[in-house]
Design a binder for this molecule. Structure first.
Ligand code: FAD
Length: 506
C-alpha cells in the first residue's frame, strides 16, 4: 500500500471546485499535507444550471472558510427559505416547503398530530406549524440587522449563479493551496492492477496522482468511460429527462425577489423559477415520453410571458440515475459523473457536499483504499435511494389527471417498494423520526411532513383521538405562531434590501 500524497480532481464545475476546497481545508495542503491538483478543460464548459441549494450549503461554505457576504456579492446570490409548489396537488392549489422545522417550544406538545386532528382549523400545515411561509410570502429576508451583523430566526439556503460560484470557488480553493491546471484530458492510463495511473492531457502532458476524483460531469471520463461503473437508470420512477433553461432579466432594478424557489407543475413536468440578485433563472424539466420538445418550449414561453420573446432557451438531455458503485480502486466520482436526479429539491449540490465530506473524513492516508471505498459506496447508495423516494413523493400524491404524465406518476406501479410501504403506514400514523436513519437522509423528517401534508395526504388519527390530550395547548401554540409571524413581518428587512446591503459592503 502506498500512502496517498497527491489527489488529482478532473473537472472544474461545482463538484470539482467544492471538493477541491473541502479536501484542501480538511487535509491541509501545506508541507507535510496532501497535494491537491484540479485539471479542467477550457474547451468543455460546466453545466452551469445548478442554482438552488439546501441549508446544508451554509455549513459547507463555513467549513471551507468562505465568507457569506463575499459569496452573496460575487455569486449574484439571494436567500432561499424553501420551495413554493404551485399546481402540484391540483391546478390552482399551492403549498410551501419551508426550511424551518415545525415549531417545538420546550414543554409544548408536538403540533403535527393536532394539526391532523383539525385543531389548527383550515390553516395549511406549513402555515400552521411555522411562521416561515408568511415571512417568505411577504418578501422578507430570513434575517435582520443587529449590532452591525445580520442575525435572524429563519433557516435558509441560497440561490446563486452557478458560473460565478465555480469562479469564486476556484479562486478560494487556490488560496487554500489547490493547484489549477487548464488542460483537456484526452486519454486515461491504467496501472497493472486496473487502477488509474495518470491522465494524458492535450496541453500539459501526463498528470499522475495517487487518488483520482472524477468531477467531469455527465461525461464521467474516469468512473464511466474508463472503469465502466454501470449507471442504475431511474426513468421508470422519475420520468423527466429533458430541460429547457433561460435567464430572464428583472423588469426593474427594484423588483421584489422571492426568497424561495417557485416550482410550478405543468402538463408533462415542472418549471423552476429562481430569483437571483440581477436576473431570474427559469427552466422547464419535462418527460420526453409525455410531450414533445416543441410543446415544452411553448409551455416554458407561456410561463415566462413576453420577456421570453427575446430569449433562446438552452436545451439539455438528462439521464436520471446513479452509479451504485461510485468509488472503485483509486478513483471516486463526485457530482454529475456519480449520478443525476432532477433538481426538484436541490439534491445535486447536497450530494456533492456529502461526497466531499465523506472523502475528507474517510480519507485513507495510508493507501488502504478498499474499506473507505466500501463505506463510501454504501453510504452514497443509501442516500441516493432515499432521495429518489423523497422526490417521487412530490409526484405520487398528485390528484391531477389532466395528462398521462400525472396519471403515470400516481400509478403505484411506478413507486419504489420502500415508498409504497411508508405511504401505507402513514395512512394511520404520521411519519416518525424512527422512519428515518438521520445520517443517511438528506431531507429531515420535517421535509417529508411538509410535502406529505402540503399535498393533502390523509393520515387518519381519529382512532387515537383520546390519546392526544393537549389540544388546548396546541391551539395556543398555533395562535402564538400566527402572532409571532406578524411581529417578524414588522421586524425583518425586505429580501432585496438585505441582499443590496450585503453587496454594498466592501
Ligand atoms: P459540470 O458542471 O458539467 O463540470 C464538468 C467539468 O469537467 C468542467 O469543468 C469540464 O471542463 C470538465 N471536463 C469535462 N471533460 C473534461 C476533459 N476531457 N478534460 C478536462 N476537463 C473536463 N443541483 C442543485 O443542487 N440545485 C439545482 O437547482 C440544480 N439544478 C439543475 C438543473 C439542471 C437542468 C441540471 C442538469 C442539473 C441541476 N443541478 C442542480 C445539478 C447541478 O447542476 C450539478 O450537480 C452541479 O453543477 C455539478 O456539476 P459537475 O461539477 O458535476 O459537472
Amino acid at each position: 500500500m502506498n500512502p496517498i500524497r497527491h489527489i488529482l480532481i478532473v473537472g472544474g464545475g461545482t463538484a470539482g471546485w467544492l471538493t477541491a476546497a473541502f479536501l484542501a481545508r480538511t487535509l491541509g495542503t501545506a508541507a507535510g499535507g496532501v497535494r491537491v491538483t484540479l485539471v479542467e478543460s477550457s474547451d468543455i464548459g460546466i453545466i452551469g444550471v445548478g442554482e438552488g441549494t439546501f441549508p446544508s450549503i451554509r455549513g459547507t461554505l463555513a467549513a471551507i472558510g468562505l465568507d457569506e457576504a463575499r459569496f452573496i456579492r460575487e455569486c449574484d446570490a439571494t436567500f432561499k427559505q424553501g420551495v413554493s409548489f404551485v399546481d402540484w396537488s391540483r391546478v390552482g392549489e399551492r403549498y410551501f416547503h419551508p426550511f424551518n422545522a415545525p415549531s417545538q417550544r420546550p414543554g409544548a406538545p408536538e403540533l403535527m398530530p393536532y394539526w391532523l386532528l383539525g385543531e389548527a382549523g383550515e390553516r395549511a400545515f406549513a402555515d400552521a406549524v411555522s411562521m416561515q411561509q408568511r415571512v417568505a410570502d411577504a418578501s422578507r429576508a430570513p434575517k435582520r440587522a443587529s449590532d452591525g451583523d445580520w442575525l435572524g430566526p429563519m433557516n435558509y439556503a441560497y440561490h446563486f449563479d452557478a458560473g460565478k460560484f465555480a469562479t469564486l470557488l476556484a479562486t478560494h480553493a487556490q488560496s487554500l493551496g489547490v493547484e489549477r491546471v487548464i488542460a483537456t484530458v484526452e486519454r486515461v492510463e491504467r496501472r497493472g492492477d486496473g487502477g488509474i495511473a495518470s491522465v494524458v492531457t492535450r496541453e500539459r502532458g501526463t498528470l499522475s496522482a495517487d487518488l483520482f476524483v472524477d468531477c467531469s460531469g455527465f461525461r464521467a471520463l474516469l468512473i464511466g468511460e474508463t472503469l465502466g461503473a454501470p449507471r442504475k437508470p431511474l426513468n421508470d420512477v422519475l420520468f423527466v429527462d429533458r430541460a429547457l433553461a433561460v435567464q430572464v432579466p428583472w423588469p426593474a432594478a427594484d423588483t421584489a425577489i422571492p426568497s424561495y424557489t417557485i416550482s410550478t407543475a405543468h402538463e408533462a413536468g415542472w418549471t423552476w423559477d429562481i430569483g437571483l440578485h440581477r436576473r431570474r433563472g427559469v427552466g422547464y424539466v419535462y418527460s420526453s415520453r409525455h410531450t414533445s420538445d416543441e410543446q415544452a418550449e411553448r409551455v416554458l414561453r407561456g410561463y415566462v410571458g413576453s420577456a421570453s420573446d427575446a430569449l433562446t432557451p438552452r436545451f439539455l438531455k438528462l439521464e436520471t440515475g446513479y452509479r451504485e458503485t461510485q468509488w472503485i480502486g483509486n478513483c471516486v466520482a463526485v457530482g454529475l459523473s456519480a449520478g443525476f436526479l432532477e433538481p426538484l429539491e436541490s439534491s445535486g449540490i447536497g450530494l456533492i457536499e456529502t461526497a466531499a465530506y465523506l472523502i475528507g473524513y474517510l480519507f485513507p492516508a495510508d493507501g488502504n483504499l478498499e474499506p473507505a471505498a466500501r463505506q463510501f459506496n454504501e453510504h452514497m447508495r443509501a442516500r441516493f435511494e432515499r432521495i429518489v423516494d423523497f422526490l417521487k413523493l412530490h409526484y405520487c400524491l398528485t390528484r391531477r389527471d389532466d395528462n398521462a404524465f400525472w396519471r403515470d406518476n400516481a400509478d403505484p406501479s411506478s413507486w419504489t417498494p420502500t415508498l409504497r410501504d411508508r405511504l401505507a403506514q402513514w395512512r394511520s400514523r404520521p411519519p416518525h423520526r424512527l422512519d428515518f436513519i438521520a445520517d443517511l437522509e438528506m431531507y429531515p423528517p420535517s421535509s417529508w411532513q411538509y410535502v406529505l401534508y402540503g399535498m393533502g395526504y390523509p393520515t387518519d388519527l381519529s382512532h387515537a383521538r383520546p390519546a392526544w390530550l393537549r389540544a388546548a395547548e396546541a391551539r395556543q401554540e398555533f395562535a402564538m405562531i400566527a402572532q409571532v409571524a406578524q411581529r417578524a413581518l414588522a421586524d425583518l428587512p425586505d429580501h432585496r434590501a438585505l441582499v443590496d446591503a450585503l453587496c454594498a459592503r466592501a
